[in-house]
Design a protein around this ligand. Structure first.
Ligand code: NAP
Length: 505
């Protein structure tokens, strides 16, 4: 590539949405920027997240870069683009922006240390090279570290064990195979819908039943046609998305649920439910995720719609219990097409591991509740480490050589989920303490990168700032602000959210 790695202004780590946008925008501002990416090309999580059925779950037109040039020349084929379409999109981005020229691919960062002597970051790569720059932008998101369940014997299984986010190109063809799936989050739902139609049999090990919403609209108001797949039809939606708290153009109903008569409520729920996507969740009543009674009311409507789609009573009770395992919407619901019809097939079985986890994995199968079932392949749809795990894995050291893992040993501390005291000239993107999982990611990333560009370009002008660092006090202010929002909602009642809070706050 021919870039002088010791004469850089900015180093960006990661070539997903946030890394690509940061490199592009900062380069346009005249900064000498180099990005390092572990994988062989652009796309971040989408590159290896290649499991059958992988697709975007943000409805069109919100999951893309908000750039006039790209918007003009790109036509999305799908309302919810598949992973293959996403990869074609990244190729188009590269053609337009020539962004690969500013990245080193196959370049794994093994550490980054701030030098108090030079006021620069020194980044080490696994291949032994080093690079230095005034500014360091880790853009590794929340999904670079996998959650691999520690099940005894998991390494002994003789067939393939695939994690959805590291799906190999030469993965086994699942047609006619006996398949186990562990995990029923959004990736699990997508893989079950896809593989569950072709496998000989499938056994799903379920810890928490997923809460879902229909992916596609059944309403004439919000179809691909009425939305208009061309850019002219959706510029306004994107503008609204950047200003809304959820990154979409959804607006919640400014009324508390139980203030509305039940018949009208039912009518409203139905309308939102039929719209598909996140409408039922993000454009529902304003107290859905604040008041437990409102939440149960919405759950009751959802449960009634969904139960009607399952004939097997045992599966119905496992998938849609009378009392929900967690409030509706405190975890992003999974978008589904025909999940319940697929699950209802006789060759699909669900094993509840909420009380008793899987005991052991043997060479040929999985043993739970004292019963071993043999499989040809095991799919782990178990997601990622906590939102700070990607950043922590980079071996970053700030002032006085302080490791980030040590600075965060009592929980994540940051200003605005972007800057950290004792880590000058470093701004992380799309990580902990910013709105990640519950909002539309390109919108958050756009806002963060715009902020970053303003800060870095103003620091180059006038007084020419050499060191810029969050104060320790700003951590407390931000933490308090988030704590208030958190405790005034039902989010803290989700057991995994609560433990995540301990890990990431
Ligand atoms: P996830 O939402 O974290 O779900 C992981 C699943 O695995 C959960 O059902 C979890 O159960 C289960 N699990 C975890 N550890 C387990 C263990 N030790 N034993 C048994 N079960 C275990 O992961 P994901 O589905 O990969 O989704 C990750 C993120 O990516 C989400 O934010 C999602 O929205 C996003 N995503 C986005 C798209 C997209 O198109 N944009 C597509 C897929 C995923 P518990 O619920 O009990 O913890």
């Amino acid at each position: 590539m021919g870039m002088d790695l010791n004469n850089l202004d900015v180093i960006v780590i990661g070539a997903g949405f946030s890394g690509i946008l940061a490199v592009y925008k900062l380069r346009r501002l005249g900064f000498r920027v180099c990005g390092f990416e572990r994988q062989g090309g652009l796309g971040g999580v989408w590159r290896e997240n290649a499991y059958p059925g992988a697709a975007v779950d943000s409805p069109f037109p919100f999951y893309q870069f908000y750039d006039a040039d790209l918007l003009r020349d790109w036509r999305w084929e799908e309302q919810f683009p598949t992973r293959a379409e996403m990869m074609r999109y990244f190729e188009q981005v590269d053609t337009k922006w020539g962004i690969s020229a500013s990245f080193e691919f196959g370049a794994s960062v093994s550490g980054a240390e701030y030098s108090e002597a030079t006021w620069r970051w020194v980044v080490s790569l696994e291949d032994g090279r080093r690079a230095s720059a005034q500014w360091l932008i880790p853009a590794v998101g929340f999904s670079s570290v996998l959650n691999i369940p520690r099940i005894p014997g998991i390494d002994r299984f003789s067939g393939p064990v695939y994690h959805t986010a590291r799906w190999p190109r030469d993965a086994m063809d699942m047609r006619g195979k006996k398949v186990a799936v562990i995990g029923t989050g959004p990736s699990g739902v997508q893989v079950i819908q896809s593989v569950g139609k072709v496998a000989k049999s499938m056994t799903i090990y379920q810890r928490t039943p997923c809460l879902t919403l229909p992916k596609y609209s059944n309403s004439p108001d919000r179809t691909a046609e009425t939305l208009g797949m061309g850019p002219d039809g959706y510029r306004e939606a994107l503008r609204l998305g950047l200003q809304s708290p959820n990154g979409f153009d959804y607006v919640c109903r400014d009324q508390n649920t139980l203030m509305v008569p039940s018949e009208e409520r039912d009518h409203f729920y139905r309308k939102r439910y039929l719209e598909g996507g996140w409408a039922f969740w993000m454009a529902g009543f304003r107290d859905l995720c604040r008041d437990p009674r409102a939440n149960r009311d919405a759950y009751a409507f959802w449960a009634e719609q969904t139960r009607a789609r399952i004939s097997c009573t045992t599966k119905r009770e496992l998938l849609i219990p009378e009392v929900p395992a967690l409030p509706f919407g405190v975890k992003r619901p999974c978008l589904e097409e025909d999940l319940y019809e697929v699950m209802d097939q006789p060759q699909l079985d669900i094993i509840d591991i909420s009380e008793k986890p899987i005991e052991i994995i043997t060479e040929t199968g999985i043993c739970a509740h004292g019963k071993t079932i043999e499989f040809d392949a095991i799919i782990l749809a178990t997601g990622f480490g906590d939102e700070a795990s990607g950043l922590k894995s980079l071996n970053i050291r700030g002032r006085n050589g302080t490791p980030l893992v040590e600075a965060w040993s009592g929980g994540v501390q940051s200003h605005l989920g972007i800057a950290i005291h004792q880590f000058p000239n470093m701004f992380f993107l799309y990580g902990p303490q910013c709105p990640t999982l519950l909002v539309n990611s390109p919108a958050v990333i756009t806002v963060q990168v715009e902020w970053l560009c303003r800060v870095l370009s103003s620091s180059q002008r006038g007084a020419r700032v050499s060191q810029l660092e969050a104060t320790g006090k700003s951590h407390d202010v931000w933490r308090r602000k988030m704590g208030e929002l958190w405790m005034n909602s039902l989010y803290h009642t989700h057991p995994r959210n609560a433990s995540k809070q301990e890990q990431t706050w």
